[in-house]
Design a binder for this molecule. Structure first.
Ligand code: ZN
Length: 234
């Protein structure tokens, strides 16, 4: 595996050559870094041509990341803010031998061991979000399955930085982004319906949109809310 940098149309592209068959281009969060994985034998010229064909898409992806407001890296100290179901809380860190996170008025009181590292605090808060999210999915997924008469084979929760949900049409399992627990509750309902709708239609074509329109006429507004809010570190 070797990494090189290419400047293509004024954009820095990190190229990794490895033992693969096809070229793969991606624009990665959080800053819109452009990377290409390419077969070992591929010349720089061929990579350059490949990226240029898709340059419009690359620029749009970069612009998306630039527009997205992002919170700076968390340290889990007092004064930071925490979003839960769309509401903002101010974090107050206290020391205790038993970890807990309690919401009280506008405060999120995080109790952790004094010597705990940022990583340990982060993983505690992440699991706390997971608990909240799972409880809501357990309530809302059956509700939407009943309304739509579509059935999933179950769900998983996962920390993701670019997607709110995914579904595996082969297994019928839906994956939900843990960060949905930070967004207003209707966003979770929207993602549930969106993923269920994929059981009818794989792509986001007119048929898919018709399903969304039928069950959730306001889905476009909710989608806007979902994507306009801060997608942060947790
Ligand atoms: Zn989709």
């Amino acid at each position: 595996m070797s990494k090189t940098m290419l400047n293509i149309s004024g954009i820095q592209v990190e190229v990794t050559r490895k033992n693969i068959k096809n070229m793969h281009l991606s624009v990665k969060p959080p800053n819109g870094k452009v990377t290409v994985s390419a077969p070992i034998q591929m010349t720089d010229d061929a990579i350059d041509r490949f990226v240029r064909i898709k340059i419009g898409w690359v620029k749009r992806q970069i612009a998306k990341f630039e527009m997205q407001p992002r919170q700076s890296k968390r340290e889990y100290v007092s004064g930071e803010t925490l979003y839960v179901w769309g509401k903002q809380y101010y974090m107050r860190v206290e020391h205790s031998n038993r970890n807990s996170l309690i919401l009280q008025n506008n405060n999120a009181i995080l109790k952790v061991r004094e010597e705990s590292t940022v990583k340990q605090r982060e993983s505690f808060v992440r699991e706390w979000y997971r608990g909240l999210l799972k409880a809501e999915i357990a309530r809302l997924l059956p509700k939407w399955e009943q309304i739509t008469e579509l059935k999933s084979a179950g769900y998983r929760t996962q920390y993701m930085t670019t997607r709110w949900g995914t579904c595996n049409l082969k297994t019928g399992i839906i994956r939900f982004n843990l960060q949905l627990a930070k967004k207003p509750p209707e966003c979770l309902e929207y993602v549930i319906l969106h993923e269920l709708a994929h059981f009818i239609e794989r792509t986001h074509n007119a048929r898919f949109v018709a399903v969304m329109d039928e069950y959730m006429p306001m889905w476009r507004e909710i989608k806007k809310t979902l994507n306009s809010q801060i997608l942060d570190y947790m």
